[in-house]
Ligand binder design. Structure first.
Ligand SMILES: [Zn+2]
Ligand SMILES: [Zn+2]
Length: 390
């Protein structure tokens, strides 16, 4: 159980095959990638063994989840109290609330994978209820169906969870709007339902999400309209904002600052990072190697802060899904090193302009090295990649 596993090294020949595939913009088969995937999986497992030996308290998984859960809820209540007492400014309250919100999101995800309280389902459901009320998003029980499907179909049209946050959509303002406002996801539902008829019924999804998503959206739009009214940004005498009773403004403002804006900030950061750390649209089915990239550029730190470093660690979860989120963070450093050594892409920011595709659709860029492709320059091909055919 605690035996360290062998981590195979790529031979020069295998390394060349990897490089060649990138140049030719082709995908290696599962058989050709077996060594890389084994090296990555075994490194993750070895790191877990090492950490569990070093920190025996890691075995108390249920207790740790409870500490994170109660700690997040209590800190949110404390921040809300300080804001309502006017001790904490709203500009600090919003980001401070988003951080424990991101921990609750991770806990929700781990419960989906049945990592805590396996024999006490009622605790899982209780945590789900609280998390649903705090996140004001789709019900965790529904997310469970979509998320487990994501692990089976990542990068394919059946990957409803990723598509509903805009993954694969063209680089266009609509993609950014959908990532900011949960309610706009409704615009994608018809297309996603078409490819996922067995799990998605548009009307049913809207109905079960309405207890949280509707109050979220109504409060958000009331808040913007009050802001317009208070700043005199109204249009004609028929502007609906002019009919808002001013006595309600303090309530709308406080609910927006405590419930809606922190979730918007958190969701926006998470959706942006999640949608760009996944590849979509051209990758082979069931090939874990091509499903993700590592996003850990320092420029992304402010975004990662509100999604628990998702961009740098989600890829680990695709290889080994049954590890709690804090353990994933603890074993990330060594694992990411081995991933890069084995050809996993890191900080491929050009994915934004490729609409999540692994390779560019533009054939004129065929024959460039990976660095040249991601940098988007037009340097001529090196002699190394000119000779031979694929
Ligand atoms: Zn994923
Ligand atoms: Zn998962």
């Amino acid at each position: 159980m605690t035996e360290y596993k062998a981590v195979p090294q790529l031979s020069a020949e295998e390394q060349k095959l990897m490089d060649r595939a990138q140049v030719d913009r082709t995908f290696l088969t599962d058989k050709e990638l077996k060594k890389q995937v084994t090296a990555i999986r075994n490194t993750i497992k070895n790191e877990e063994i090492r950490l569990r030996k070093e920190y025996p308290w890691l075995k108390h998984q249920n207790a740790i989840s409870l500490v994170f859960f109660l700690g997040s809820v209590v800190s949110m209540i404390a921040i809300a109290y300080l804001y309502l007492q006017r001790i904490l400014h709203w500009s600090l309250a919003v980001p401070l609330l988003a951080i424990p919100g991101s921990i609750l999101h991770e806990l929700e995800h781990d419960i989906i994978h049945n990592l805590y309280f396996k024999s006490k389902k009622w605790v899982q459901h209780l945590m789900f209820c609280v998390i649903w009320a705090v996140k004001l998003s789709i019900p965790p029980w529904v997310r469970k169906v979509l998320h487990l499907r994501h692990h089976i179909y990542s990068g394919q049209k059946e990957d409803a969870e990723e598509r509903l946050i805009g993954t694969g959509l063209p680089f266009f303002y609509m993609r950014w709007l959908i990532q900011m406002d949960t309610f706009l996801t409704v615009l994608l539902l018809k297309d996603v339902e078409h490819d996922n008829k067995d799990v998605i019924k548009k009307e049913k999804l809207i109905l079960v999400s309405s207890p949280t998503v509707i109050p979220f959206s109504v409060t958000l739009h009331l808040f913007w309209n009050y802001l317009r009214l208070l700043n005199g940004w109204t249009f004609t005498a028929y502007d609906p904002a002019l009919y808002l009773p001013l006595s309600m403004w303090p309530y709308v403002r406080d609910v927006a600052i405590l419930m809606v804006l922190p979730n918007m900030l958190r969701q926006c950061c998470l959706n942006m990072i999640a949608s760009y750390c996944h590849y979509y649209g051209d990758i082979p089915e069931n090939s874990v190697f091509y499903q993700n990239q590592i996003l850990d550029h320092w420029l992304l730190w402010p975004i990662q802060l509100f999604c628990f470093n998702f961009g740098a660690t989600h890829i680990i979860h695709h290889y080994i899904p049954n590890q709690p989120f804090y353990l994933r963070q603890m074993l990330a450093q060594k694992t990411l090193e081995v991933m890069v050594q084995n050809g996993v892409r890191k900080n491929d920011l050009a994915v934004i302009f490729r609409d999540n595709r692994y390779y560019d659709k533009d054939d004129s860029r065929r024959g460039k090295t990976l660095d040249e492709l991601t940098a988007g320059d037009n340097l001529s091909n090196s002699s190394d990649s000119d000779d031979g055919d694929h």
